[in-house]
Every structure is written in C-alpha cells, then in structure tokens.
Design a protein around this ligand. Sequence first.
Ligand code: NAP
Length: 259
Amino acid sequence: MDLGLQSRTALVCAASAGLGRACAQALAQEGVEVTITGRNRERLEAAAAELRQITGGRIRTAAGDITTPEGRAAALAACPNPDILVNNAGGPPPGDFREFTDADWQAALNANLLTPIALIKATVDGMIARKFGRIVNITSAAVKTPMAGLVLSNTARTGLTGFVAGVAREVARHNVIINNLLPGPFDTARVRAAALAEAKAKGKDVEELVRERAARSPAGRLGRPEELGAMCAYLCSVHAGYIVGQNILLDGGAFNSTM
Ligand code: NAP
C-alpha cells in the first residue's frame, strides 16, 4: 500500500532509540523527511546515520531535551513546519504516590502532558493552513489499564488523552488528524529499565523477568518496535483521515475485554 507520504516532513520526538526510532524508520521508509530528537547527541547522530543507511532517506537531527522550551525550540528550528508530529518522551519513574513531591508531579506532567500540548500548539495551525496534518502521541496501555506503581504515568497520560479527545475533533475537518498509540510491553531498553527494580527485589535476572512477562501476554511475546512504527506510519498516511481521536492499543491482547 502506498501511504501517500512522499516528501512530507515529520518531527519525531525522542527517537534515537526504542519506539520513537521505530516510528522515524517507518516514516522514512515511506519517503518522509524526518527530524529526530534525543538528549544524547552522540546516540542521536548514530541513530540518524543508521536510519539514513537503512532507509536511504533524509534524516535531520535536533539534540536536546524535548521537555524543555530550549529542546522544543531546537526541534522546531530543525523542522519548522512539520506535516507530521510524533510526540514522545521518556516515561516518569515508578513509585508510591505518597513518596512523590510536587516537583516529581510537575516533571511528569511537564514531560507527558504539557510537552506534547506545547508541540501540538506550535504546529497545528500550520497543518490547518496547509490542509494536511498528522499527529501521533505515544502514550501507554496504562491509559486503559492503570498500572500499579506507575501513578505519575497513569495520571499525566490520561490528561493528554482527554486533551486529544477534544482537540482532535476540532481540527479533523481541516484534514489534521490526531490519534494516540498505547503500547503495552515492547522490546526496548525501557522495558528492561522498568524491570530492574523488580528483578533486584525478587533476586532475579532482568532477562528472566522480561521473559516471564512476555510469556504472560496472550501473544506470548513482547511487542516489536517496528510493529508500532508501522501503525504510526499508517496513522500518518493519507488513508487515515477518518480515524479521529482514537486510542490504539498495541498490547498483544493483554487488555482483556470483549470490545
Ligand atoms: P527507550 O527505548 O528508553 O527510548 C527512549 C528514547 O527517547 C531515547 O531515544 C531517548 O534518548 C529519548 N528520550 C528520552 N527522554 C527524552 C527527552 N526528555 N528529550 C528527548 N529525547 C528523550 O523508551 P521506549 O520504550 O521507546 O519508550 C518510549 C515511550 O513509550 C516512553 O514514554 C515510555 O514510557 C512509553 N512506553 C513504553 C513501553 C514499552 O514497553 N517500551 C510501554 C508503555 C509505554 P536520550 O536518552 O538520549 O534522550
């Protein structure tokens, strides 16, 4: 299927590794000129070089922390009028809500709620004027199934889901389409980092714990980042103009419901 994205431009945030990188790769493979961001410049440039090699596409980089005004300014300077915006950033740490300070809450809300809103605000009117725009927010399966200990993530991402539910319907008539991707456990560094504390507490090896988690999934495995990347590219395609404000769960069937 031709996704109709040749020569479009995309800003893919937090994309030097993991799910963001997979989205960048899938878009570049469709002929999109992609700008990727990440805090560690060396890792970012290495990822860009790999993506150029794999896709043959034009990949720009904007080093910086996307959760800061400076990081966002650098990203938008490298890709001033994106046709496609993929919002992504690191997830907040786990913990007991009793232990979190106001600063912890502010950091989580800034990273996973206010940063995507700021980037949508900076880009959506240009998309409306050009009569084409696609925004995909990488959130989490935690939006549907709140996860124990992930209270910062559950709260911030649910806030973003509410924001998108309203705004997606305001802009859809201009062919500006906003949706969320909700990953369950995907095979990235993040999954291993998240398993580290539990592995220590249980005296287990991280890989053993990750294998156990994968085996509990109805799919019997973790998600592959390229599977999420492919869904992202489809949601950015010319074919997705009637999919508005949806929350697409990619969790191998872990969320158990009839519909
Ligand atoms: P990952 O493999 O750890 O990759 C994170 C990427 O984001 C790296 O390129 C990292 O590069 C970049 N990054 C992190 N914080 C950033 C920031 N403030 N500014 C710019 N770049 C930043 O993580 P992932 O598994 O792809 O997860 C991506 C998002 O999906 C996270 O919010 C995570 O919580 C969520 N999620 C993941 C899973 C899963 O199973 N993987 C499940 C549910 C939700 P630098 O460190 O160099 O900045």
